[in-house]
Design a protein around this ligand. Structure first.
Ligand SMILES: [Zn+2]
Ligand SMILES: [Zn+2]
Length: 294
């Protein structure tokens, strides 16, 4: 079984929800019969990630993430990074330091390093322009990204960006480029969505990451999937870097009905958006364990 739980479902600037980061859990049996999953993966870990993970770790069914009231960071085995906005990477400094600190006296001697996974063009800037400032300084010499993480770099130059990784030898995660910030043109600032596939049934689930409305890039994937998680911006605005709700309403009804919207602002519960529950699969709920594949 593969499950997804949002740590938060809010936009970068939301205050009533934590930012849109998600916990993937891979189970040989399932949460009914296991205290902890066999493998875990965070999709992004933003500035509110540590508070959100702490909050989730106190929820029933997630106690493996908690150790004596604190986040048990070694329970996070991998982190996939979609892109470099702070709502997607701002929690990594804490995760890196705490993973190392909490396992420093492991009997095996080796400190535990979680695996960080990203496209090569995201990874290069992740260290050089974001994490190096806080993480490179340490007693006795400079640290590199590899001192904190085992690094899996995905080939973003493959056609369709179809490189990826696997959990439990069954669930594959293929990246695809999405159209988020345009420095000069579409797709020129590295940002990636995920297509998750159950190798046993062939079923798929789409995780859009932060993206403009991009019918050409998404419709085929979103039509053939089991269901979809898609970025949404509630208000219309010209040239938005997120898919607006009005744009998403132009998708075919059968696609909308299996699309769960996330990354929204603080007014999602206004009466004006009540139609989302009928027209779409609704707004994503934080702390709810979605079963992606049985
Ligand atoms: Zn974002
Ligand atoms: Zn973004």
């Amino acid at each position: 079984m593969l499950t997804l739980t949002f740590l938060g479902v809010g936009s970068a600037f939301a205050k009533r929800n934590f930012q849109s980061n998600a916990l993937i859990e891979a189970w040989s049996a399932g949460p009914q019969s296991q205290d902890a999953p066999d493998d875990t993966l965070l999709i992004d870990f933003g500035a509110t990630g540590p508070l959100a993970l702490h909050s989730l770790s106190k929820q029933p069914g997630y106690s493996y993430l908690n150790h004596g009231g604190r986040i048990h960071y070694p329970a996070v085995r991998s982190i996939f990074i979609t892109h470099l906005h702070s709502d997607h990477i701002g929690g990594l400094e804490e995760l890196a330091v705490m993973s190392m600190y909490q396992t420093a006296d492991h009997p095996g001697g080796e400190t535990y390093r979680p695996r960080i996974i990203a496209a090569e063009d995201v990874l290069a800037d992740l260290w050089e322009h974001s994490l190096r400032g806080g993480l490179s300084a340490r007693r006795g010499g400079r640290a590199e990204l590899e001192d904190y993480f085992s690094v899996k770099s995905l080939d973003s130059a493959q056609p369709q960006g179809a490189d990826g990784f696997t959990l439990l030898d069954r669930y594959t995660f293929a990246i695809f480029p999405v159209d988020h910030i345009r420095i000069h043109q579409a797709y020129d600032w590295p940002t990636y969505g995920l297509l998750m596939t159950d190798g046993r049934s062939g079923e798929t689930v789409v995780y859009s990451s932060d993206t403009r409305f991009d019918r050409t890039g998404f419709e085929e994937r979103m039509t053939s999937s089991r269901f979809n998680f898609h970025d949404v911006q509630l208000e219309d605005s010209p040239d938005s870097v997120h898919a607006t709700l009005s744009e998403l309403r132009t998708l075919p009804q059968d696609v909308r009905r299996k699309t769960i919207l996330y990354h929204f602002g603080d007014h999602w519960d206004d009466q004006a958006y009540a139609f989302v529950a009928d027209e779409f699969a609704g707004f994503a709920q934080p702390g709810h364990r979605y079963v992606l594949f049985d």
